[in-house]
Design a protein around this ligand. Structure first.
Ligand SMILES: Cc1cc2nc3c(=O)[nH]c(=O)nc-3n(C[C@H](O)[C@H](O)[C@H](O)COP(=O)(O)O)c2cc1C
Length: 173
């Protein structure tokens, strides 16, 4: 099968990661795939912040644990988290950022890395609670957080694909 199609079909949400950090080359390829995502009128309204710094990761995890009320890390211990923001001055910013997250997720699959879209960051950065972290990562207020991608080496078994809904596709000839 074509390798691109294979990566799309093999993509899974991975929720168990090794502690080992991913290498810079892979990270840069993944971010580049985000930058090459389509965007409304080519405004490229997205912005990416990859967190690998231990102290900052700790802060991010703690804040998100409070927001979600979860005991464990909402990022499942992934050593890298890519925060994805969108410039609200573009009316397609949510769609632009979402295409970028998906591009990066597929790229991670192609590189045999695990990834999972993590939602709670939007609640964090788009509220007062996230102001301190926003200042630390130097992202201006006109960039809203749309989501994030937890990234790392896969630990444990590769998950089976979840069953897909029937009757959601029509081909009208
Ligand atoms: C917009 C969006 C938000 C998501 N947020 C989370 C999340 O916060 N935590 C999580 O574990 N998975 C999250 N996921 C992953 C979904 O749960 C996952 O895509 C779905 O269960 C299908 O599984 P698959 O990705 O392995 O095909 C999110 C996915 C999307 C598209």
């Amino acid at each position: 099968m074509n390798e691109t199609i294979q990566s799309i079909l093999n993509r899974r949400s991975i929720r168990e990661f090794k502690e080992e950090q991913i290498n810079d080359e892979d990270l840069n390829i993944i971010l580049e795939c985000g930058r090459y995502a389509p965007s409304g009128m080519n405004r490229q309204s997205y912005a990416f912040v990859a967190i690998q710094n231990e102290e900052m990761m700790h802060e991010l995890v703690n804040e998100c644990m409070q927001i979600t009320g979860r005991d464990g890390s909402p990022f499942y211990g992934a050593p890298t988290v890519i925060l994805v923001f969108g410039d609200v001055n573009s009316n397609t910013y949510i769609k632009d950022a979402s295409t970028a997250i998906e591009n990066m997720h597929i790229a991670a699959t192609a590189l045999n890395l695990g990834a999972c879209w993590i939602n709670c960051v939007d609640d964090l950065f788009n509220s007062k609670k996230g102001e301190k972290l926003r200042e630390e990562i130097e992202i201006p207020n006109n960039y809203k957080c749309v989501g994030s991608l937890a990234l790392g080496y896969i630990k444990g078994d590769y998950p089976e694909a979840k069953p897909r809904k029937e009757n959601i596709v029509k081909i009208i000839k």
